[in-house]
Structures are given as C-alpha cells and as structure tokens.
Design a protein around this ligand. Structure first.
Ligand code: AMP
Ligand code: ZN
Length: 466
C-alpha cells in the first residue's frame, strides 16, 4: 500500500518513494541540551517516532540520525544573543560541557520513558567541528560566503529559491529576519556559518578555524552531520514547524549550495505546536515550560499517557496542553490497557500471528495516510468490537502497537505479565464478573503475595506491580 506524507517542500501530500529501494534515510533535528526538553519538544520526537515506526511497519529499513546541539545555538534562532550552552552553564555554575552531558542524559531518559525508539546514530555538534569547517570551506570556495567583524556569513541572495521550503515571499522572510539587527549583514536573511569568539573573552567552547577562533553557527551542524551520515541526497528531514522558515530553510540553502545537487532532501516533514491554553506555544524561553517529569511522572502518571494523548491529535494539527486534557488522556489510556488485559487474561499463551487481513488493511490505510494516528486508534477500537476470537483480536492489536508504541503487550512499565499472573488475574476478573466475591477477594490476596496490586476503577480493573 502507498505511503503518503505531507511534504512541506511540495506543499502537499505525496507518495513516499525512497532513493534506495526498501531503505529510508531520516534526519531529525535533535535537542539543544542546555535545559530539559519540554512537552512541546517531546511532541516533535513522538511524531518522528511514529514516522519511523510507520516506515518500519511498511517494511523499510530505516537509518535514523539525530543530532545533539551542544554548541552554537544562540538565544534567538538567528545569530545574535548568547550561546545557550554557555548561558546555561552560567545559570547552573557548571561548565558548558557538564551542562551538555547532563541534559543529553536527561533527554535520553525522557525519550525512553515515552517508548521512542532511539536513533541509529546520535551525533554531537562538538564531535563534528572539522566536518562543519570543511563544509564552510566549500561554500567559501563556491563564493557563497562573506566575512564580517563577528563571523563568516552565508549570502542568501546568491542562492536561488531561498524561499522554496517556506513558500513565503522573499520580502516576508526578510521582514521576519529584521527583528535582530546586524548592520554588517548584506541581506537580513543572511546567517552565520562561523562566529568569532568575542575579543578578549575566552569561551568555554571554541576552536581554531581558517577564519579565526570561534564556534560554528547553529544551522551548519545539521547540514554537516546529515551529509556525513545520510549522503548528499536523502529521503526525509523533520522537526517542528518553527524550524521551517529559519533553521531548515538555512540548512537547505547551504547544503544544496555546497553539494551542487537538488533536492538535498526529498521529504520535509513538520509537526504542529503543543500550545498551552489560549493558543500560546510552549517554549523553553517562556515560563510556560513543562517537563515530562513535572507534568506526569511526579504526579504518578505513566509517561505513556502523554504518548497516547499525542497519538490522539494528528501530528500537523496544534495540540493543547492542560491538566484536564492529561486527565482525560489517562482515562482513555487506562481504559485501553484494561481492554487489552481482559482479552489477554483468557488467553492460554502468547498470541499466534493470525492478523485479520481486513483489519490490518484498515489500520495501514490510516497510518499510511500522512500518519493519521487518531484514525488508527479508532481502528484499534474497531478490533475490540469485531466478531473475531479474543486471541485474534489481541494478535491484531499487538501488531498495531508496533506503530502506536503504547506497550500494550506489557502490564504497565514492568514489562509483560508472567503467564501465571495473567492466569490469576483472568480468574479473578471472571470471579468478579460472576459476583463470586469471596473467590475474587482470595485471588486478589494471592496476587498481592506475588507482588501485584489490583485496583477496581470505573474504567475497569488495573493490575500493577506493588
Ligand atoms: P529545540 O530543542 O528547541 O531545538 O527543539 C527541539 C524540537 O522541538 C524541534 O523539532 C522543535 O521544532 C520542536 N518544538 C519546539 N517547541 C515546540 C512546541 N511547543 N510544540 C511542538 N514542537 C516544538
Ligand atoms: Zn537541524
């Protein structure tokens, strides 16, 4: 079945065709590690995870590359202001290197908690300074650069179709760029490839270069690392929509200028924002910033509830964060897990691979239509309602979970329920349904002695490790 994806570059949905048969190369702009990722950032990585899982589900071999921005991202997305890492270091009284290492680990923990498959290649900007310098050298040789008192810049007027990703008029892009004034730039949209360390200041992170000691601009790292690991032309590049007009537009311009090949990337995919009430974007620079830990984990809510909530909104649509929305998602997710547990409890052993063809086609049609996860969740409910045998329902649902990533085969965060516990739980469910209270209480106690707690809720019974 065809896989259709909304390609920002084309401005429409297109059938995905990879450059190499059966393989998909995918680059996702990673975190800037000067602080925790917030729920909005994590929405981007959840969308990319679904994209990757859908590619795998369609039989593609996926090479997924993600960078870690540990230098050079200035406080505005443009080239003025302070380096976020150095600023973070000052805030916390640590070195910039310590800040980067700490928040990289925190990020890895967050994505693991959300059951996001780790990239095949993690790459750090500071490990690729040479590649970035080499790329700037090529651009210089080809006449795309100029030097000012504070750095080496890319001359956007030399690149034809600078606006092809944003679909904005050049004037509109220039207007957006005028916010940060730099009188030495030839065009407002020009951007730094290399910044010089300020005179008489020793930065914690700086390197020698042919143009002077300094550090790379933010955009150049993604081009250098994507080209290194995925080639001069590859399939998919993704990130949040805030990246379209500046970061990705600049990545595209400098990469195509250096490679002399177009398109650099065939498919550009972007997720919509996570907003807080009132439609304001959740951002690290605002105080509306909520982490997974604060919004869910500390409240005893399984982080996968956030994954479930994200799946309930199409990735390109705005999504609103609020406490009631999280509570609602929790209800929905608990209910779904209970539905699965009830199916699993009557099951003698692991599900056989008998996946109903029609149902699978419906599920695939949903996810292959630009990752329509709300529809895919509806197909899961259709599976519960179907006339299939319980074990066949379960086989289909667990197969769909390869894309959804909700760990539906597991009893909460501790992994699959052992067969013996599953049997006891099923017996107890039946006893309760038949109103055999003494027996149901006895089984609850047996489960407790084995380390499992049973909770009867409005949505059904929940079992978890004590
Ligand atoms: P950053 O660490 O700021 O470079 O952002 C990491 C990823 O999160 C990028 O793909 C951004 O486009 C994305 N992002 C940032 N804020 C939001 C938000 N409020 N909602 C959705 N995605 C976002
Ligand atoms: Zn990037």
């Amino acid at each position: 079945m065809e896989l259709k994806l909304y390609n920002t570059l084309a401005g429409k949905k297109e059938v995905f065709k990879p450059i190499r048969r059966g393989q998909a190369g995918m680059y996702a702009c990673g975190p800037t590690v000067y602080n925790y990722a917030h729920l909005g950032n994590l929405r981007a990585y959840l969308f990319e995870d679904v994209l990757k899982r859908v590619l795998l589900y369609n039989g593609y071999k996926v090479k997924h590359v993600m960078n870690v921005t540990d230098v050079g991202h200035l406080s505005g997305d443009r080239d003025m202001g302070e380096d976020k890492l150095e600023k973070g270091a000052r805030r916390e009284g640590k070195s910039a290197w310590e800040i980067a290492a700490f928040y990289t680990e925190a990020f890895k923990k967050d994505i693991a908690a959300l059951n996001i498959l780790p990239p095949d290649i993690w790459c750090k900007a500071t490990d690729h300074i040479k590649e970035q310098i080499d790329l700037i050298r090529i651009l210089e040789k080809k006449g795309f650069t100029y030097i000012t008192s504070d750095g080496v810049y890319f001359d956007t007027s030399k690149f034809k179709d600078y606006n092809k990703l944003s679909h904005l008029k050049l004037e509109e892009l220039k207007e957006g760029a005028r916010v940060e004034k730099n009188p030495e730039k030839k065009n407002p949209t020009d951007f730094a490839l290399w910044k010089f360390s300020p005179k008489n200041t020793k930065r914690q992170m700086e390197w020698p270069s042919p143009w002077g000691t300094g550090f790379p601009g933010w955009h150049i790292e993604c081009s250098a690392m994507a080209i290194k690991y995925l080639g001069k032309q590859f399939d998919i590049h993704c990130g949040g929509i805030d990246h379209v007009n500046i970061h990705h537009t600049n990545e595209l311009a400098q990469s195509e200028a250096a490679n002399g090949k177009s398109p650099w990337v065939r498919f550009w995919l972007h997720n919509g924002f996570l907003n807080i009430a009132g439609g304001k974007k959740m951002a690290k620079s605002e105080d509306n910033f909520l982490t997974l830990d604060k919004a869910l984990v500390k409240k005893g809510i399984d982080p996968l509830v956030y994954r479930y909530a994200a799946l309930g909104t199409h990735y390109r649509k705005p999504m609103e964060y609020s406490e009631p929305a999280v509570r609602n998602a929790k209800k929905g997710f608990d209910h779904l897990r209970n539905q699965v547990r009830e199916l699993a409890s009557g099951r003698p052993g692991p599900a056989e691979k008998r996946i109903d063809k029609k149902l699978k086609e419906k599920f695939l049609a949903a996810v292959n239509d630009d990752l329509n996860t709300p529809k895919a969740l509806a197909v899961v409910q259709e599976a519960f309602r179907s006339k299939l045998k319980n074990e066949d329902k379960l086989a289909a649902i667990l197969d769909f979970d390869r894309v959804l990533g909700l760990k539906l085969g597991a009893a909460g965060e501790d992994g699959e329920l052992p067969a013996e516990i599953r049997k006891l739980f099923g017996d107890r469910e039946r006893a309760r349904k038949d109103l055999l209270w003494t027996e149901s209480d006895r089984l609850r106690k047996v489960l407790e002695t084995r380390g499992y707690i049973i909770e009867d809720t409005k949505e059904g019974t929940i079992i978890r490790k004590s």
